[in-house]
Design a protein around this ligand. Sequence first.
Ligand code: NI
Length: 183
Amino acid sequence: MAILKIARMGHPVLKRRADPVEDPSSPEISRLINDMMDTLADVGGVGLAAPQVHVPLRVVIFHVPKARMEAEDGEGPAIGVPLTVLINPEIEPLDDEIEEGVEACLSVPGLAGVVPRYNHIRYRAQTPAGEPLDRVAKGFHARVVQHECDHLDGFLYPMRMNDLSKLSFVEELKRYAGEEAED
Ligand code: NI
């Protein structure tokens, strides 16, 4: 078990394109994934990309808490997405619909911003067993995958914002919540 140090905005590892993983089931990748899981559990985020722990490889982990899906859908039985590992992921937007939503990032501590993302995507990746994974996602699930996969190409969410007046400190967002309607 190892909790890894998280790279913050400005670190070169977050700016480069991460390298493909050649052998998803290698012991090194398995160790990396375990350490990323320990780190994510310790800091309590929804997702983490390998470059955020100073490893420039195309590996992402994420989960979607059931509560987030419930808050969003409000209809039907909400199911979260269990902790998922994506190796060498590829994203394909399924239509042109763009939705704005608030994002935060462990590499940009204390801040949150409104980011436009595709609402419907398909994503494909390899699992740690080397098996293909192929899923369709929408809403917050799709947002998390786009945010995490952006880390593999050197993008942090502020670089995806089209209105920087919607970048805030989380503390201020909470303090003034309700005064300015969002989303
Ligand atoms: Ni992030």
